[in-house]
Design a protein around this ligand. Sequence first.
Ligand code: PXG
Length: 286
Amino acid sequence: MSLQVFLNDRLVPQEQAMVSVFDHGLLYGDGVFEGIRVYSKKVFLLAEHVERLYESAHAIRLVIPMTPTRMAEAVEQTVAANNIVDGYVRLVITRGAGALGLDIRKTSHPQIIVIADTISLYPEKYYEEGLGIITASTIRNHPGALSPRIKSLNYLNNILAKIEGTDADCQEALMLNHKGDIAECTGDNIFLIKKGVLRTPSNDSGILEGITRNCVLKLAKEAGIPTEEVTLQRHDVYTADECFLTGTAAEVIPVVSVDGRAIGTGAPGPITRDLRARFQKFARGG
Ligand code: PXG
């Protein structure tokens, strides 16, 4: 069945949803994006995603030719038009078509794309048994080159790290920052539990400030679980009692081994299970 895609100012059939081969989003990865979940027809944490989209755009000096309020409406409109009950929204803003050259003054008309579709999830067994992951040799972007806090269309180093993961038969790969500290996975943030304390790399560790991450931190605080946003090293991962990842697609998913070393008991731990249950309840409004 053909999807209705929102392009710039209106819904069009997916066959007509096209951008120019001169678009700098294609030529240079010059643009920003968001991935958002829909649970029971409701767009999850839409305001947070729209806010991060505009912050990412501002950081790359891209002015989105639409107000945040209208953007949120466009997302809702696209979800409704495609009868999405449980699914996924991809919001993409490109710099627009321009000359063959980096000069953004020779581009015009940033492109606004909203795609709403179903989502393929991790198989249930990974939630029950946990993931095994590896540390990739590819590091996260140096913040002095491109801030990892920008959700830009440049995902090449994450893709290279993901290939290292899939080559090792892993669903995810852990990325270090330029200092060798723990940053995040290729499309998920990482959490550790040590002696009852929930720990996750701070924003200055070179991470994307995940919306699921922030939600889980809030749920943990509400549950009375002490939390810390700190610098973490591989040693902290290997000696943690529990480990899990958070992300829009994965939600909360346990990690039971890293680089072939069992984490904690080698099975999903009680705090991970508790936080997963709390997150699911929150997201699904149960
Ligand atoms: N780190 C990185 C590098 C990400 O790309 C996260 C952390 C988690 O952030 P959120 O806000 O989702 O909790 C992400 C998110 C995709 C896809 O299709 C990728 C993400 C989200 C949704 C879909 O690859 N990455």
